[in-house]
Design a protein. Structure first.
Length: 278
């Protein structure tokens, strides 16, 4: 009789070992781990690309360890489906302990918008992230939302016009253009084409194929020299150059080399008043 009881106990123990956590779950001997969103940070951010890293804490209150095997995700931007998938992960969570799981999602900012002008005019977009974390026999759902700030294209303006010579027949000028990068990362402009009007007269146009890298929260200057023969312009231009701060209009395109997309041109336009320095 004792041998029979021992055999039954041995069989039950063997079944329990084979079934593992799933059997324990069915017998309500282990609890489902808890998931909490711990925050999001941006990595590898540039003018057109970023990798948001979403962090989740998985808390295991059970007296035995458990392993995370994968995480599924569905990211929506402005309530529209953007990207989804499943990422294999391995994370061991000891008994009565917790650990942090990271989910990186790399994307190109231009993929968020239907047109280039939408990208230029938008400051931020709303995101909603849902999915589940596979931890042992459990599928742990999660959800979080927030906003992504959209990087700003550099701002271009005409800072000043230097006049080294001015006579009734002509003038020698230097247009000093300023490019302002307000972002927290460097910006590299591949090419720069421009047109400059002063007092309504088109004075200069051209292309700069080499522009110095602009550091984060920094400014750069492009100097454009120009010799003017008044025979080719009206006398009104002479009066404009006698003014201390005439109206100006600056327009053109900045060309950027975008990962996986190649060269793309982004227009700029600026009007204002500019000081003439003699």
């Amino acid at each position: 009789m004792k041998k029979r009881i021992a055999s039954i106990i041995l069989c039950l123990f063997t079944v329990s070992c084979i079934s593992g956590c799933e059997t324990l779950q069915q017998m309500e001997l282990i609890d489902s781990p808890k998931v909490s969103f711990e925050g999001m940070s941006l990595s590898g951010i540039s003018l057109f690309e970023a990798t948001p890293i979403f962090r989740f804490k998985v808390k295991n209150s059970n007296p035995l360890g458990i392993s995370v095997s994968k995480i599924s995700y569905d990211l929506k931007i402005n309530n529209k489906k953007f990207v989804n998938g499943v990422t294999d992960k391995y994370l061991r969570i000891d008994a009565a302990s917790s650990n942090v799981l990271e989910l990186p999602v790399t994307f190109n900012y231009l993929d968020l918008f239907e047109t280039m002008m939408d990208f230029i005019k938008t400051d931020s977009v709303a995101y909603d992230l849902t999915g589940s974390i596979a931890a042992g026999p459990f599928a742990l759902p999660y959800q979080t939302d927030g906003k992504f700030n959209i990087p700003n294209l550099p701002k271009v303006s005409l800072n000043q016009v230097e006049i080294s010579k001015l006579s009734l027949t002509g003038a020698s000028l230097v247009f000093n253009l300023q490019i302002d990068n307000a972002n927290q990362f460097d910006v590299n402009i591949k090419a720069f084409d421009y047109g400059i009007k002063l007092g309504g007269s088109q004075l200069a146009s051209g292309i700069k194929n080499s522009v110095s890298r602009i550091g984060k929260k920094s400014k750069s200057q492009i100097s454009i020299p120009l010799n003017i023969d008044f025979a080719s312009f009206s006398q009104a231009l002479y009066r404009v150059l006698r003014n201390s701060s005439p109206d100006y209009e600056l327009s053109g395109n900045m060309t950027f080399d975008i990962p996986k997309l190649g060269d793309r041109k982004f227009p700029f336009h600026k009007v204002g008043r500019v000081p003439l320095v003699r």
